[in-house]
Design a binder for this molecule. Sequence first.
Ligand code: ADP
Ligand code: MG
Length: 313
Amino acid sequence: MTEFGLIEYVAQLFGSVERQGWEAIGDDCTVLPIGGGEVLVITTDMLQEDVHFLRSATSARELGRKSLAVNLSDVAAMGIKPVAALLSVALPKNLTDEWAKEFLDGFHSLAAQYGVALVGGDTTSSKSGVSINVVAIGRGRAECVKRRSSARVGDAIYVGGELGASALGLRDILSGELDTCNAAIHRNPEPQVELGEWLGERGEVRAMMDLSDGLASDLCHILKLSCCGAEVDVDAVPAVEGDIEAAVCGGEDYKLLFTVDGSAAEQFERCFEQKFGYAPYRVGRVVVSSVPQIVWLKSGQRITPSWRGFTHF
Ligand code: ADP
Ligand code: MG
């Protein structure tokens, strides 16, 4: 079974179980109303040695920081401020105390940066590498929550930063070049926490998620849940080193992907630039479509990309 096949199966299997107020599987976080117009949003992500990282190519400090970063990114993707986390680790017996302390220092440095409390977890041993599981929790006003399902035809589509550095960095790491700028970005993703919270406050922002699998794949999640299609201008995609394939198909950029009511887009861009000092990257627009597909445009003309990892519906 594929990753998405398994998630689909889980969703179906539990479809008839009463969720008691919890939001269903499918978004970056689940959502639970807690009264007073407030919600909690909750997410979890795992990092497994030799699947998500090579211990020889990353420091313990970077790994600790990244394991929280990828979870804070999912909270930010809901438009909500992260407030707490739980951390579970399975560690091989031969790991040094120094490694474990550095790992926790890395985790702590990012938690302290955003005021995220560590409120629980689990610690156990492992016979096959380091496993890390983090739960992150956000708290905020219900009306700020941005869901993947809220895009509407005519919305402008934006990404929160340059794309592709992480994929280029992974390529460097796998070819033994650990000291490149992109390799450092791959090991030290910066979750867009402040941006996510700011976008959550804005009514003209409709759908949002974070980019963990690449624009070509992730945008389709928004399109599927919002029952529409998209046109994306490849020249507008902010591709690091001009590498459009890395930008569109590469994973782990952890930049926000969001849509904005088309009639409010220009005013939104002015406010965004005033606040953050750079213009948001408008890459396309939401269009009518009976299938959740992306039409790629170059100079206004439709193109058929041959990117690896690109899937047609
Ligand atoms: P993200 O990349 O934002 O972390 P995923 O693609 O991992 O999201 O997951 C998509 C959705 O499926 C999320 O709502 C997630 O909570 C849910 N999900 C993933 N794996 C499982 C699982 N094993 N059991 C239940 N829900 C899952
Ligand atoms: Mg996500």
